[in-house]
Design a binder for this molecule. Structure first.
Ligand code: FDP
Length: 278
C-alpha cells in the first residue's frame, strides 16, 4: 500500500505544477460522461497513469477520464479507481480542486475498498490518507508531505453543503435541508467535492449532500472514483455516508461510471437525514 501512497504523492506534486503553470483551457475531447475535458484533466490522468505504471502491486486502474479499465501488472493485488482532477470546472475561477483515489482489492464494490486517498490543491497542497484512521499531510517547501494531524469528526457539526439544482430536488430533501438551515447551520458550498468535503472534515462536521434530482435520479457523483473513497474517509473519521437510506459502502456499481445520490456527514446529521428520508 505504501508504494501506492508514494506514487500518489509524486503525481500530486506534478499535477500541482501543471495547475499552476499549464494552459487551463478546454481540449477538443469529451470523457465517457460527456463532459468536455480540460487539457489539465487529460494531463493529470496521464501523470497518474505513468506513476501507477511503476507500482507492481497495482493490477489495474480505472479513471473517471477513461471509458474502460486499464490493466497494469498481472500479478498485482490492488485495483485503483481515481478521479484525476475533480472539480476542474472551477479551475478558470481559481478555486480549489482535487484528486480522489479508491484502492480496491477484488473488484470495485464499496465493500472491497482497502484505503482511500485524496489531494486538495488549494492555497496549499494537502493529502489525506484513510486506512485504519484518517491522516492529514501537507506539502512543504522541500516537496515532502508532512504529517499534520489525525482527522476525527465530532458527533455534530455546523456546516451544510447542498449540491445539485434545487428545482430538481425531491420534496423530502428540500424539507430536510430547510430544517437544517432553520437550526442555524451555515452554507458552505464551493462546487468542488474535494474542498467541500475536506472543509466539513476539518471544521468538525456537518452535512454534504448531492441528492437525486428529477433530471438525474442517480445523482451526479460517481461511485468508484468519488463517492466510495469519500464514504470510506468519512466512516474512518467517525462519520457516515448514505444514499438516503442505504450505507454507501454496501453498494456496487453495474458500470464503472455509475453514479449514486450521496450524503456524507457526522453522525447527528446523517441520523437526521435517515429520519427525513424514511
Ligand atoms: P465538476 O463537475 O466541476 O468536476 O465531480 C463533479 C463535480 O465537479 C464535484 O466536484 C462537485 O461537487 C459537483 O460536480 C458540483 O456539481 P454542481 O455544479 O451540480 O453543484
Amino acid at each position: 500500500m505504501n508504494e501506492i501512497y508514494e506514487a500518489i504523492k509524486r503525481s500530486a506534486i506534478r499535477i500541482k505544477e501543471a495547475i499552476e503553470f499549464d494552459d487551463t483551457g478546454y481540449s477538443d475531447q469529451t470523457n465517457s460522461t460527456g463532459d468536455t475535458q480540460l487539457k489539465l484533466d487529460i494531463k493529470s490522468d496521464l501523470i497518474i497513469e505513468e506513476e501507477f505504471a511503476k507500482v507492481p502491486s497495482i493490477k489495474e486502474i480505472v479513471s473517471e477520464e477513461k471509458e474502460d479499465k486499464t490493466p497494469l501488472h498481472a500479478n498485482g493485488t490492488y485495483s485503483v479507481g481515481y478521479d484525476p482532477l475533480d472539480g476542474s470546472s472551477l479551475i478558470d475561477v481559481n478555486l480549489s480542486v482535487g484528486s480522489i483515489f479508491g484502492i480496491y482489492e477484488g473488484g470495485y464494490a464499496g465493500s472491497n475498498l482497502k484505503a482511500a486517498v485524496y489531494v486538495v490543491y488549494g492555497p496549499r497542497v494537502e493529502l489525506v490518507i484513510a486506512q485504519e484512521d484518517v491522516k492529514l499531510y501537507r506539502l512543504n517547501k522541500k516537496g515532502e508531505f508532512v504529517f499534520i494531524q489525525t482527522i476525527v469528526l465530532k458527533e455534530k457539526g455546523k456546516l451544510n453543503a447542498t449540491g445539485a439544482t434545487q428545482m430538481g430536488w425531491e420534496a423530502r430533501h428540500k424539507k430536510m435541508i430547510d430544517a437544517i438551515f432553520q437550526d442555524g447551520y451555515r452554507l458552505r458550498y464551493s462546487g468542488g467535492m474535494v474542498p467541500d468535503l475536506h472543509q466539513i472534515l476539518l471544521k468538525g462536521g456537518g452535512l454534504f449532500s448531492y441528492p437525486a434530482t428529477t433530471d438525474a435520479p442517480k445523482g451526479k457523483l460517481r461511485m468508484i472514483f468519488e463517492v466510495f473513497p469519500f464514504a470510506f474517509v468519512y466512516e474512518k473519521a467517525n462519520g457516515e455516508a448514505i444514499d438516503g437510506q442505504r450505507r454507501i459502502l454496501d453498494l456496487s456499481p453495474a458500470h464503472p461510471h455509475d453514479a449514486t445520490p450521496c450524503l456524507f456527514g457526522s453522525k447527528t446529521e446523517i441520523a437526521r437525514v435517515k429520519k427525513c428520508y424514511e
